[in-house]
Design a protein around this ligand. Structure first.
Ligand code: NAP
Length: 503
């Protein structure tokens, strides 16, 4: 009973695409990529709201081995990221191995057959030697259960389901939420609608975005002399690394730097918003970095416009034609935009039920114990599972540094499997415990524990109050570790490994 596939990858975003490229490199080419959505690209396929752009300079927010010389701006618009994902998937022959509109309901390790059994919606089951989950951190949209939301008579749009033909000209709209999405979207909407009310629960830190169009001559140079783009990437990645390591991870040692960024953000606010009271309302009372900061040159200025109002009173309920705040005031609207983000900790981790060895349920195990994963990628009792969106997986500010470190980890791990002729791998409990102890200790210096994050309502913190997303390492350290982790941290299929040793 050989499994149908070498591997099943769940998710056709940049993580799943990277995993596919790595598996091909290792010669494990009999894989399928299952994708819930109708097309590839993950977040860059799903999110199409006006103003969408990347927040990490594009020379860095891309695979290092697949540079794109033709980014139109320093921070490329979302559509260019989607196009880039299409290009990479086609170039590496991945699209033909993708199945779209396929929802995975669950996966179970079959101990007898030493393979994963993956249940798909519609009663289909596929089997694979390896399971790679690449379902993203920010992939389960969140709609708060506001009382009365079902009675709203106008249009409700979540930012992850933006209709391409949505015309809001002359509308009376409300945006709920002031995260990174709203910061990009609100300036676009303010130009279009007749009236806009922005409902803010927690103010967000906003720093200027130093963006500019990349002249055609520079694009040509990047294409003709790839080393120039590599150099640009190195400089930008170095800056991000310094910001991350010094400002976020070593907050206790470098408080003045963190405070200086806060001062810059407040100066930006002062320069852009005329009304003192509105400025106060827009000022965060938690430390910079507790929650994902944002970058914009236009967000604050919107609040000077006569057709835009900031509302900071809590929402009590939604009525057919209004949002009603707890002080009884009604804001009459015909369009309700939910920029309310994603549910990370309830319906993710993992994105579907995963049952490992001895019937251990991954989601329950994480919740009953602590959220944890060796090197942010594997867990004891889950043989042959590569879980890309695990606790402590995220390393660095560009997601691509995480993806490429994980590709390296896969390369070392699967390379060893192939060398031994083994059929299974499983991380040891001891290695997992050691990693968790290390990250826990290191995080103590970070802004999450050393800073004042009490009022941030940050999704970086899980229900146990632990900041379990970010790996407290330099990206150089993470990459070094991915290429050098002790192979003894894993057990390999005992019988096969013993045969190999005695041969
Ligand atoms: P988010 O950061 O989670 O923001 C959700 C917003 O909705 C918050 O302001 C939140 O308020 C508000 N909210 C949620 N429930 C609410 C309720 N019951 N009542 C009132 N307000 C409520 O989501 P996001 O803006 O979509 O961004 C998510 C992440 O996606 C970002 O952090 C970033 O990592 C990524 N992103 C990246 C880019 C980019 O790179 N260009 C762009 C957009 C998003 P509280 O803060 O009070 O909870």
């Amino acid at each position: 009973m050989a499994p149908r596939y070498d591997a099943v990858i769940v998710g056709a975003g940049f993580g799943g695409i990277g995993a596919g490229i790595e598996l091909d490199r290792l010669g494990l080419s009999n894989f399928v990529i299952l994708e819930r959505e109708a097309d590839l690209g993950g977040t860059w396929h799903v999110n199409r709201y006006p103003g969408l752009a990347v927040d990490i300079a594009s020379v860095t927010y891309s695979y290092s081995f697949e540079p794109n010389p033709y980014w139109s701006r320093l921070f490329a618009p979302g559509a260019e990221l989607k196009k880039y994902a299409d290009h990479v998937a086609d170039k590496y022959g991945l699209r033909r191995r993708m199945r779209f509109g396929v929802r995975v309901d669950g996966a179970r390790w079959d101990e007898a057959l030493q393979q994963w059994e993956i249940a798909l919606a519609g009663n289909e089951t596929v089997t694979a030697r390896y399971l790679v989950t690449a379902t993203g951190f920010l992939s389960q949209p969140y709609t708060p259960p506001f009382p009365g939301i079902d009675t709203f008579a106008g249009r409700i749009v979540h930012t992850t389901a933006w209709p391409d033909d949505l015309d809001l000209t002359g509308r009376r709209a409300a945006v709920i939420g002031t995260g990174a999405t709203a910061v990009q979207l609100v300036p676009e909407l303010a130009r279009e609608v007749a009236e806009l009310t922005v409902f803010q629960r927690t103010p967000i830190w906003v720093v200027p975005k130093v963006d500019l169009a990349i002249p055609a001559a520079v694009q040509k140079l990047f294409a003709a002399v790839p080393a120039t783009q590599k150099a640009a990437r190195a400089v930008n990645s170095g800056l991000l690394e310094a910001l991350m390591v010094v400002g976020v991870l070593h907050f206790r040692q470098a408080k003045p730097l963190n405070r200086a960024v806060g001062v810059l953000a407040k100066a930006h606010l002062r320069a852009q918003v005329r009304d003192k009271r509105v400025r106060e309302q827009l000022t965060p009372d938690y430390d910079f970095g507790c929650k994902r900061p944002t970058f914009s040159n236009h967000y604050f200025t919107v609040f000077n416009r006569p057709n835009v109002r900031l509302e900071t009173e809590s929402i009590d309920r939604i009525e057919p034609d209004a949002v009603v705040t707890t002080d009884g005031r009604r804001t009459e609207i015909d369009t309700l935009v939910l920029a309310t983000g994603f549910n990370l900790w309830d319906v993710n981790f993992p994105a579907f039920e995963v049952i490992g060895r001895d019937g251990v349920d991954l989601g329950k195990w994480w919740r009953d114990n602590r959220f944890q994963a060796y090197e942010g990628i594997t867990m004891p009792k889950f043989p042959n599972l590569v879980s890309l969106n695990s606790p402590y997986a995220y390393s660095g500010l560009s997601y691509f540094t995480t993806i490429e470190a994980q590709m390296k980890h896969m390369g070392r791990l699967f390379g060893e499997m192939l060398r031994r002729g083994a059929r299974t791998f499983e991380v040891t409990g001891a290695a997992n415990d050691r990693f968790l102890a290390e990250v826990t200790e290191r995080l103590d210096d970070s802004v999450f524990y050393g800073g004042d994050c009490a009022t941030a309502r940050s999704y970086y913190f899980n229900p146990h109050g632990e900041a379990a997303l970010l790996r407290p390492n330099s990206t150089i350290g993470t990459h070094r570790q991915a290429a050098r982790f002790p192979l003894d941290d894993y057990t390999f299929d005992a019988a096969t490994a013993a045969r190999t040793r005695s041969a």
